[in-house]
Design a protein around this ligand. Structure first.
Ligand code: PEP
Ligand code: MG
Length: 931
């Protein structure tokens, strides 16, 4: 014990719930021991000891004395001796923080081996080969992790020995070969450290514990925490678990493996995993030998298989969660070495939630809460087009579902560089290691030629929701030539391939993909979510097609229909431009009269697609110049046209000039010239009429007149509606007439008209007066009193400040948090993300990109105030959000907290928002607003 602090807990004493102190692995080892599972005895050194180490860069005072006491207790429990030449106690030293960070920190196995205990191990097991195999593994691992010697030195020597004795695999090496390996490894250590390999097991342990603590701040681990936003209150330091070694490589009644209590790729309720007989843990994960499926164990070791199924059932019913566990069988005895919640893809999470609830294992609440809404996005991962019948180049293991195409890249650094440059990349490796993680982030998918479905590549890709094909052994990779051979085919770096992580197939070139369809389980889960939530989830959709799709995703209405998107389609743009260029109100009205039936038809289509549900139509928002070409483009076109006209003029004069200079030559070419001139004059008529140029000049003049230094703060939104009342009037009429026509057809419709960019109460009142006038007119002409709502976007800071008065006119508010964020920070939403924002988030000035994650501390406070002021005027006021944040789970939680009625987001995010809305309700009592 160091000072008064207890830094060490035995597995049978530690609090299995205290993951912050003991790390996830340590807490689970304690928990498993205490519920009676067969865990090899050991103890956990706490994360507090790690923090103390990191502070002073040395182990806390007294820690090693305490370690010694606990090792002595282990010796007693196991009847073995640490460093003993007769019956040696060997231990594993494993890292483990409160958040699972697979492969990110270091682990050392077989610690305690030295020249004397090696002899003990030989005597004990009567298996010299096994002992030397264990010894050489330990020297390499210890050398790499504790003494910082690169793997490649050890690998080189290993390969040389294998070659010398003609061994293909490690298992082909005989005792004397392994002795040669171990001796060589010792020399490598001596050469690199200038000292012999440490023989005192306590010294080994001290160095190892320090190395594991140190790995918490290693680049790999730091990058990982940054990428997955693991903050200090989620995980602070790593614990160290010291656990008695058990051996899966003690003969054919020994084995080691990893298991999932259910299939992590599909969620199917069946034990899933892999094992290797006569092997140690890292052989399975590293993919050195391709392991066998657990199902084979049923025939190979039926009694152990039965015990394994029992272990699986106990783990699941205890943890009420799918478990990812490691086991070892030593001479016919099954040990559980580790368990943690299984990382699964979205499909598996959804299926297991529904099935575990149906089996009575978990509550409905837990079924909803155990899924991170963001991962549902994976359900939209593209799949290969179902009608695609192309022949694959090769097939490996389906390690993480989804299809991806991209250019082949053979190493993680290149993947990072090319991926960041915007290229679509498939990372192709023999096998991946934790240090390749940065390549994963940038890759569309991963392909490995070695390793199973639980290899590093597979586990990491699954966690990230990226497609992965592993163990594709037909591929022979030549890193030096930067090429890969599959049968007759040679693939070079930069060649495009497609992988299907759902089947394991690899195809040459880019294969067409389609989006996944929702499963029945997904529909069930989201229906549970809807029963729980208070927030409604709407979609942002602008066309009847989008609306129909949004409905399939379960949208409960349209929260934002941006009408400008309708203006932009090619058949309407000329009419819109005519309207903009009109010099008089009459001319503008004439263009608007042509637009009216088109808009009316649009709205009818959307109302029909969303029948029975509210549809919020936002009046025109962007500045008008967005519908015209840019000045630069027009200037260029006009200059070209002038140039062309001059050239043609020159050509027209050519025959006369030629006749004068060389009548003979003229005669010869006369026919051809006449033809050419004819063609030119046709061309001139169609392209170079004075009219065409002058029309462009008129447009240019208009574009220059409309130009603004700050268009986003300029003549747009409601300001257009005020200065050109006829534009908004046309749109309002189109909405109300479409609604009347639908109502006549017997459709239930709930139109809402929303005004963008409102800053003053008077603006809103003005537009409201148009609405009232047109409503009365439509009522008179259509004979129907259309029921609708009138509301305002709140996306200008002043509008939030004036929300109380706004609510006198508006029946609803919708926060446009894209513009509101821009306005609150004074950050341009067009430029900030490409300029300074990355530096802001990387250096911690901002925690997140505020255009992605709602800035609760700033923008959120404005929202909160506006809701309070608005509801003080009108307690029935409906309030929602339609900026991008409406689809972001964390932001949705805040929206629930401040009492919004709905969130609106893009169609594909609707399922995420539905789940997030349910979680917001379920967790409302625990909500803490960031301050
Ligand atoms: C907003 O500003 O948040 C919004 C929804 O409107 P737009 O993105 O169209 O400006
Ligand atoms: Mg806006």
């Amino acid at each position: 014990m160091g000072g008064s602090k207890q830094y060490i807990y035995d597995f049978d004493k530690g609090d299995g719930k205290n993951k912050m102190l003991l790390g996830g692995k340590g807490a689970n080892l304690c928990e498993m021991t205490q519920i009676g599972l067969n865990v090899p005895p050991g103890f956990t050194i706490t994360t507090e000891a790690c923090l103390a180490y990191l502070e002073k860069n040395q182990l806390p005072d007294g820690l090693m004395d305490a370690v010694k006491t606990h090792i002595q207790a282990l010796e007693k429990k196991t009847g073995k001796g640490f460093g003993s030449g007769k019956n040696p106690l060997l231990v594993s030293v494993r890292s483990g923080s409160s958040m699972s960070m697979p492969g990110m920190m270091d682990t050392i196995l077989n610690l305690g081996l030295n020249e004397s205990s090696l002899q003990g191990l030989i005597k004990l097991t009567a298996n010299e080969r096994f002992a030397y195999d264990t010894y050489r593994r330990f020297i390499q691992l210890f050398g790499k992790i504790a003494l910082d010697i690169s793997d490649e030195h050890f690998d080189k020597h290993m390969t040389a020995v294998k070659r010398k004795f003609g061994a293909l695999q490690d298992v082909d090496l005989k005792t004397e070969h392994l002795q040669e390996v171990a001796a060589g490894f010792m020399e490598i250590v001596q050469r690199h450290t200038g000292k012999p390999f440490p023989q005192d097991p306590y010294e080994q342990l001290e160095i190892a514990v320090g190395a594991v603590f140190h790995s918490w701040m290693g680049k790999r681990a730091v990058d990982y925490r940054k990428q997955f936003k693991i903050t200090r209150d989620m995980a602070n330091g790593t614990a160290v678990n010291v656990c008695t070694m058990v051996f899966g490589n003690m003969g054919n009644d020994s084995a080691t493996g990893v298991g999932f209590t259910r299939n992590p790729g599909t969620g199917e309720n069946i034990i899933y995993g892999e094992y290797l007989t006569n092997a140690q843990g890292e052989d399975v994960v590293a993919g050195i030998r391709t392991p066998k499926a657990i199902s084979e164990m049923e025939t190979e070791m039926p009694e152990i298989y039965r015990q394994l199924i029992e272990l699986r059932d106990r783990l699941e019913s205890h943890y009420q969660e799918v478990q990812d566990f490691e086991f070892t069988i030593e001479k016919g005895i099954l040990y559980c070495l580790q368990t943690r919640n299984g990382k699964m893809n979205a499909r598996a999470m959804v299926r297991t939630s529904v099935e575990m609830f149906n089996a009575g294992l978990i509550t409905r609440e837990r079924a909803l809460l155990r899924i991170d809404p963001a991962i549902l996005e994976q359900l939209l991962v593209p799949q290969l087009a179902p009608n695609f019948r192309g022949k694959s180049l090769a097939q490996g293991l389906p390690a993480s579902p989804g299809a991806a195409s991209g250019k082949i890249v053979f190493d993680a650094d290149t993947a990072e560089i090319r991926g960041r440059a915007g290229e679509k990349i498939i990372l192709v490796r023999e096998e991946t290691k934790p240090e390749d993680i940065h390549g994963f982030f940038q890759a569309e998918g991963i392909l490995t030629s070695r390793g199973g479905k639980t290899s590093h590549a597979a586990v990491v890709a699954r966690g990230m929701g990226k497609p992965c094909v592993s163990g594709c052994e037909q591929i022979v990779i030549n890193d030096a030539l930067r090429s890969a051979q599959i049968g007759e085919t040679t693939l070079h770096e930069g060649d495009v391939i497609t992988i299907n992580g759902g089947t394991g197939h690899v195809y040459a070139g880019e294969v067409p993909t389609v989006h996944a369809e929702f499963s029945q389980e997904m529909a069930t889960l989201l229906s549970w979510a809807d029963e729980v939530s208070r927030l409604k989830v709407m979609a942002n959709a602008d066309t009847p097609n989008d609306a129909a799709r949004a409905r399939e995703f379960g949208a409960m209405g349209i929260g934002l229909c941006r009408t400008e998107r309708m203006f932009n389609s090619t058949d309407r743009l000329p009419i819109v431009q005519e309207m903009i260029l009109a010099e008089t109100t009459e001319a503008r009205q004439a263009a608007l009269d042509r637009l009216l039936p088109i808009q009316r038809a649009d709205f009818k289509g959307i109302f029909k697609a969303m029948k029975g549900l509210p549809v919020t139509v936002r009046l025109l928002d962007p500045p008008m110049h967005e519908f015209l070409p840019t000045a630069a483009q027009l200037e260029l076109e006009i200059a070209h046209l002038h140039q062309l006209r001059d050239t043609i003029k020159g050509l027209e004069e050519l025959p006369d000039t030629l006749k004068m200079l060389n009548p003979k030559l003229y005669q010869q070419y006369a026919d051809g010239l006449t033809k050419l001139m004819g063609g030119l004059s046709d061309f001139k008529e169609s392209h170079l009429e004075e009219d065409v140029i002058s029309k462009k000049e008129v447009v240019l003049k208009k574009v220059r007149a409309l130009a603004e230094v700050n268009p986003m703060l300029g003549h747009r939104g409601v300001r257009l509606g005020i200065t050109y009342p006829e534009i908004y009037s046309m749109q309002i009429r189109a909405v109300l007439e479409a609604a009347a026509l639908c109502a006549k057809e017997g459709l239930e419709i709930h139109p809402e008209i929303m005004v963008p960019q409102v800053a003053t109460v008077e603006e809103l009142k003005r537009i409201h007066s148009y609405v009232q006038r047109i409503h009365a007119e439509v009522k008179a002409t259509q004979g129907i009193d259309v029921k609708f709502k009138f509301g305002s976007m709140l996306e200008v800071v002043r509008a939030c400040m004036r929300a109380g008065r706004m609510a006198e006119t508006a029946e609803f508010f919708s926060f446009g948090t894209n513009d509101l964020t821009q306005a609150t920070f004074s950050f341009s939403r067009e430029d900030a993300e490409n300029k300074f924002l990355p530096a802001y988030t990387e250096t911690g000035i901002l925690e997140d990109n505020p255009f992605e994650v709602l800035d609760i501390k700033g923008v959120g406070q404005l929202m909160k105030m506006a809701v309070q002021k608005g509801r003080a005027t009108n307690p029935e006021l409906k309030v929602g959000i339609c900026g991008e944040h409406g689809g972001h789970p964390g932001s949705i939680r805040f929206c629930h907290h401040v009492g919004l009625n709905y969130v609106s987001c893009s169609g594909p995010r609707v399922p995420i928002a539905r789940l997030a809305a349910a979680q917001a309700k379920l967790l409302e009592d625990k909500y803490q607003e960031p301050v």
